[in-house]
Design a protein around this ligand. Structure first.
Ligand code: E4P
Length: 217
């Protein structure tokens, strides 16, 4: 499974990309607002750090507006993926972007039926929001299982990009459910490395090694 960072924090991205484990980046209007910086500038910087797909979201609600914004965003770098909302207008734009060879990510997907439409429209990625479904008492992870089944039934090659991921357990469950990618905040990326028994075991090994009084080099 590919791991994307859901962030506009370029400094954090640089640090974490140095692990070689970051396959791409996603952003959204809220994250751009949080950065307090001009969107085009932030996206260009992110694209210079990460070679993989970088999702940049349109703000227009109408087809013509989405097309104009999407073309401008796609011109920033070859790895820009234009993110469009899961609306009728959004999916019309997805179809037109596909004809132009512009990659798309359909965001704010909450049902397998929406994902089916996004795939039929020719989206490169569809983003089911796990955490926001959990927030309203539904089972976000079940949606990943359901979309996986639908896409496999009809051999759609649209990638399932698990989004609104809040915990390391979400990442693990999304991988088991067959998500192609998960986009995660930097803190969740950090949490993926950790387990209390890893820390405890390492502490004991280092203690025993010191007692042995040996060196390797
Ligand atoms: C994904 O594309 C979104 O930017 C993001 O995952 C939303 O996460 P949130 O529900 O935690 O805001």
């Amino acid at each position: 499974m590919q791991i994307f960072l859901d962030t506009t924090d370029v400094a954090a991205l640089k640090t974490l990309a140095a692990t070689g484990l970051v396959d791409g980046v996603t952003t959204n209007p809220s994250l751009i607002a949080k950065s307090g910086r001009p969107m085009l500038e932030v996206i260009a910087e992110i694209c210079a750090v990460v070679e993989g797909p970088v999702s940049a979201e349109v703000s227009a609600m109408d087809v013509e507006g989405m097309l104009a914004e999407g073309r401008k965003l796609a011109a920033i770098a070859p790895n820009v993926v234009v993110k469009v909302p899961m609306t009728k207008e959004g999916l019309i734009a997805v179809r037109l972007f596909a004809e132009e060879g512009i990659q798309t990510n359909v965001t704010l997907c909450f049902t397998a039926a929406q994902a089916l439409l996004a795939a039929k429209a020719g989206a490169g990625y569809v983003s089911p929001f796990i955490g926001r479904l959990d927030d309203i008492g539904e089972d976000g992870m079940q949606l990943i299982h359901d979309i996986r089944a639908v896409f496999d039934n009809y051999a759609f090659d649209t990638e399932i990009l698990a989004a609104s991921v809040r915990t390391a357990e979400h990442v693990q469950a999304a991988a088991i459910a067959g998500a192609d990618c998960a986009t995660i905040p930097p803190a969740v990326f950090e949490a993926l490395f950790r387990h209390p028994l890893t820390e405890k075991g390492l502490q004991q090994f280092m203690l025993d090694w010191a007692t042995a009084g040996q060196t390797i080099l």
